[in-house]
Ligand binder design. Structure first.
Ligand SMILES: *[C@@H]1O[C@H](CO)[C@@H](O)[C@H](O)[C@H]1NC(C)=O
Ligand SMILES: *[C@@H]1O[C@H](CO)[C@@H](O)[C@H](O)[C@H]1NC(C)=O
Ligand SMILES: *[C@@H]1O[C@H](CO)[C@@H](O)[C@H](O)[C@H]1NC(C)=O
Ligand SMILES: *[C@@H]1O[C@H](CO)[C@@H](O)[C@H](O)[C@H]1NC(C)=O
Length: 399
């Protein structure tokens, strides 16, 4: 009684406006199924009393649940659902905006001629913890390439008090995406942009609400989870094999060769595509990648096989086609058989050589003869005389 007077005195000193705050000591839930449900009771002047259910709905019930750290209200109950209280009815026709930190800070409708008895005692059933949010995938598929964005939607059901939403990856304690809540909406888009292979995994969302007294951030339990896959195809390697006498980078016309494409990483249903770019167009062919290395065989190489060969790996996953980067170009030239070994060329060479030798012999003989002419010897003079005489003799004969 002394304390009651003391409080009244204090309230008088502090002013009428603060009367409610000072006079009320707290809120509790009585006779419920657990500590987060029951008849609402408020402490005033050191005595617990009840709340009349006039105007009692979700907004008031939410304030009570948040104040008690019991999440949000699932039910706002009327007509003493959790039994009739005793003593005073401390609050009648209380009207909260929903953002108060305590029921005792909510407005009370004055001059309401409502008649309340304990049969009108208000009750509340709180969620206990916050309601579980729902995560959905807004992107139309679950398999992605690096660099793409993944769009999730997180639905918090109750938008009141919503502070922010977070996207969590399983096994990572800090959220990967945080989105401030707009009070108007309970469905919020959470976009994971420019993804990498390490983003592959299982995701869930949580929301936080601001509430309670003193005001604090309450985190909801995690939502359902959604798995995403990130496909980053490695660039395949490729090489060619042909007969060992072909010079590097070439295949001898008419011979066989083959090109092998190889990858470190395989997916079911994958295939290799070999692309030949030649001067007059492109030729493609593909083979299923049943093994990590696949060989494309070519028999009887012709000039149509000449060009730059590229290899790539492709696979269909989650209804989408994924294609690796192309390997480095592999140039293959088709050569005629080595001309040095051809019998025709050898015969050409032989006849050519014979011709050269003959010419040289003729030149030498001519030179020797010329030298003799410049210094005519005895024998030569005789020969000439002989020739002259012959000529004269022949002339006489003709005559
Ligand atoms: C997600 O992947 C995990 C393994 O990484 C698996 O245990 C779980 O069942 C998957 N969940 C769904 C919804 O596919
Ligand atoms: C095929 O070519 C590759 C690379 O040039 C070489 O390592 C390999 O030994 C060759 N295989 C055969 C069977 O000639
Ligand atoms: C590819 O070519 C090499 C050399 O000509 C040969 O040894 C190998 O057997 C060939 N492989 C296939 C699969 O044709
Ligand atoms: C390109 O040239 C090759 C011979 O070099 C020929 O076999 C092929 O038909 C040509 N392709 C086109 C599209 O003209």
């Amino acid at each position: 009684m002394l304390r009651f007077l003391h409080i009244l005195l204090l309230a008088g000193l502090l002013g009428v406006l603060w009367d409610k705050v000072d006079a009320f000591g707290g809120v509790r839930l009585v006779d419920g199924d657990d500590e987060c449900s029951g008849r609402v009771e408020v402490l005033r002047h050191d005595r617990w009393g009840t709340v009349c259910d006039h105007g009692w709905d979700h907004r008031e019930a939410n304030v009570v649940c948040l104040e008690l750290g019991c999440g949000l209200a699932e039910l706002a109950l009327h007509n003493a659902k959790y039994g009739e209280g005793r003593g005073a009815i401390w609050l009648r026709h209380v009207q909260c905006t929903g953002h108060e930190s305590s029921l005792t800070r909510c407005a009370v409708v004055l001059h309401s001629n409502s008649y309340c008895t304990h049969e009108n005692d208000a009750g509340v059933k709180c969620s206990g913890t916050l309601l579980t949010p729902t995560l959905i995938l807004l992107s139309p598929h679950t398999v992605f390439s690096p660099g793409e964005a993944v769009r999730f939607g997180c639905s918090a059901l109750l938008a009141d008090h919503l502070s922010d939403l977070h996207l969590y990856k399983q096994g990572v304690s800090t959220p990967l995406v945080t989105q401030r809540a707009d009070h108007a909406q309970a469905d919020v888009e959470l976009t994971l942009s420019d993804i990498e292979t390490f983003h592959q995994g299982s995701y869930n969302c949580r929301y936080r609400i601001r509430g309670g007294f003193p005001s604090q951030l309450l985190s909801s339990p995690p939502s359902n989870s959604i798995n995403i896959t990130v496909v980053d195809l490695l660039t395949p390697q490729h090489w060619y094999n042909t007969s060992s006498d072909a010079p590097a980078g070439s295949v001898i016309k008419g011979q066989n060769f083959n090109i092998t494409c190889s990858t470190m990483q395989q997916y079911p249903g994958g295939s290799f595509q070999l692309r030949l770019i030649r001067s007059n167009g492109t030729v493609r062919q593909s083979l299923p990648a049943l093994t990590p290395s696949v060989t494309f065989t070519f028999s009887n190489a012709q000039s149509a096989n000449e060009g730059y060969y590229y290899c790539l790996y492709r696979v269909q996953l989650g209804g989408r086609t994924f294609v690796s980067r192309e390997s480095q170009p592999l140039p293959i030239a088709i050569r005629d058989p080595d001309p040095l070994l051809s019998p025709m060329v050898i015969s050409w060479l032989v006849s050519g050589l014979t011709f050269v030798v003959a010419v040289i012999v003729i030149i030498i003989v001519a030179k020797v003869l010329c030298n003799k002419e410049k210094k005519p010897s005895e024998l030569e003079r005789e020969t000439r005389t002989c020739v002259d005489n012959t000529y004269v003799a022949l002339s006489i004969n003709k005559l």
